[in-house]
Structures are given as structure tokens and as C-alpha cells.
Design a protein around this ligand. Structure first.
Ligand SMILES: C[S@@+](CC[C@H](N)C(=O)[O-])C[C@H]1O[C@@H](n2cnc3c(N)ncnc32)[C@H](O)[C@@H]1O
Length: 259
């Protein structure tokens, strides 16, 4: 780009409240430059002026920046571990009224996966999940609960039949009784206050985009948000290198216990 990325970051912060300084710079800049070039715009300043005036391009920018890819039971072997090992541990330790937070939940696939999994072990009405994301638009999608058949391919047939309504041959909608168990809220992991006394926090496939400093800060806040012995479930490329420095102990791959 012909002008300065530092000024761009400041202008984006004023416009969107998203702090690009906490995201890995090289990766983020590459993505942003590609998006701007796609629109054949030659400078950051012109791009910011354009998205200020054009709500469609503004939305495109926020979506692009936040990378919303998700799916039901993403990395099934880890969900299997959650079901077979971590949940029994948590039920044993805390009983089965668990406070669960799905942080950076995107379109809801993750919190809804949790509800359907927990429903194997307790009545739906006992399940309450807090689900948050920075991106208002994905939260609206999550609340609507409409999914393309492709994103549901990993779901067993009986789960699909039990918790989804076929809208047409391509689209399914999650049932209202599952939706009712999830409270969606907008929340920025970098700035907003965190819930407290959680028994399980699931935060996957978002911390990879943050700088090491931002990540450490978030892990510390997750630690504070958890009860002692409670569990943090991370994404498949997000292992914590020295968990003990952050008051966590490795429990199983991708699961950490607050110590
Ligand atoms: C790749 S998705 C991960 C979705 C889901 N956790 C999963 O693993 O399938 C990353 C999500 O992180 C959200 N996100 C990005 N920056 C965030 C921030 N600062 N605070 C909260 N959520 C953020 C994005 O909006 C996006 O929905």
C-alpha cells in the first residue's frame, strides 16, 4: 500500500473498536492488503474512507478480519475426549450444573455442539451455555441457527433428526429447545470483562491470530474466570507451551486444568 499501516490501525480502531495491534501483524496485514487490492484501492486511507461510507464493504471488512470459520464438533477426536474423559471429571468434581463459556463462538456451531453433547447426560433444561464473540453479525447468524447441510456433515444422523428441522434440501435449522440453552453476547476478549466461576471455558481457533502478549493476557483472564480445578479447552494448534507459568496444568492434549 502507498501509505502507513500504523495510521490505518489507528483509524480502524476508531471506526470499529478492533485493536489490530493485538493481532499477529504479518498475517493480518497480508490478509488486509489482499482484501484492499481485490477492490483495486491503492492506499489504506482511501480504503478506510470507502468503508466508512459503504456499509456492505464495512461488513465485509469486519467479517474478513474476524475469520468466522466454524463447524459442528470441529476436531471430533477432541470432542470425544471431552465427552469420555473431561465431562465425567467435571461432573464428578462440580456436579452437573456446570457454568460453561464458549468464547469466540462464531456462528454458534461450538455452543450448540456442547448443548447436544451435554443433553446425552442431563435434561436440556439443566444446560446453560454463555457464548460470546466480537462480531455482532455472526452472533445474529448463531441466534438464527440456520446451517448449510455441508457444515453438518460430521453430525450423526440421529442428532440431525433430533435437534434440526429441515428447511429445504440444503438448509437445516437448530431447534428452539437447543437454542434456548445458549445465551449469546457480544464480547471482545481483548477489552471486555470476563465471566467468573466457570467450570469449563472453550476457546478454540482464535488465539492463533493474537500476538504472544495478547495471548498471555487472555490466558491469565481465563484463569481468573475459572474455578480452581476447572478446565480450559483450546484449539488443535493452540497448545500452551508452559502452562504452569499461567497457573494451568496440562490435563489432556488441548485441555488445561486451573491449579
Ligand atoms: C475461526 S473462528 C472460531 C470459531 C469456533 N471457536 C471454532 O473453533 O470453530 C474465530 C472467531 O473469533 C472471533 N474473534 C476474533 N477476534 C476476537 C476478539 N478480540 N474477541 C472475541 N472474539 C474474537 C471471530 O469473530 C470469529 O468468530
Amino acid at each position: 500500500m502507498a501509505d502507513n499501516y500504523e495510521t490505518f490501525k489507528e483509524r480502524i480502531y476508531h471506526l470499529t473498536n478492533i485493536d489490530l495491534n493485538s493481532y499477529k501483524e504479518r498475517q493480518m496485514k497480508r490478509r488486509i492488503d489482499a482484501l484492499i487490492s481485490k477492490h483495486q484501492i491503492a492506499s489504506y486511507n482511501t480504503y478506510v474512507d470507502t468503508i466508512k461510507k459503504n456499509p456492505v464493504m464495512f461488513e465485509e471488512f469486519v467479517n474478513y478480519l474476524t475469520i468466522n470459520v466454524s463447524e459442528f464438533y470441529r476436531n471430533p477426536e477432541q470432542w470425544n475426549l471431552l465427552e469420555k474423559d473431561v465431562l465425567p471429571y467435571l461432573f464428578n468434581k462440580f456436579g452437573n450444573s456446570l457454568k460453561i463459556w464458549s468464547a469466540a463462538c462464531s456462528t454458534g456451531d461450538e455452543p450448540y455442539s456442547l448443548v447436544m453433547l451435554l443433553a446425552k447426560y442431563m435434561p436440556l433444561t439443566r444446560i446453560n451455555i454463555i457464548a460470546t464473540d466480537i462480531d455482532k453479525q455472526v452472533l445474529e447468524k448463531a441466534k438464527l441457527g440456520l446451517y448449510n447441510i455441508k457444515s453438518l456433515k460430521g453430525l450423526p444422523k440421529e442428532i440431525l433428526a433430533k435437534y434440526f428441522r429441515e428447511i429445504n434440501s440444503n438448509t437445516y435449522q437448530i431447534t428452539d429447545d437447543v437454542k434456548a440453552r445458549v445465551e449469546f453476547r457480544q464480547h471482545d476478549l481483548l477489552k471486555d470483562g470476563y465471566p467468573s466461576q466457570c467450570n469449563l471455558i472453550i476457546c478454540r481457533n482464535v488465539l492463533i491470530y493474537f500476538t504472544e502478549e495478547a495471548k498471555d493476557e487472555i490466558y491469565k483472564k481465563f484463569n481468573m474466570a475459572l474455578k480452581k480445578d476447572a478446565i480450559l479447552f483450546v484449539g488443535s494448534t493452540e497448545q500452551i507451551i508452559q502452562p504452569q507459568n499461567l497457573q494451568f496444568a496440562a490435563y489432556k492434549s488441548f485441555f488445561y486444568k486451573k491449579i
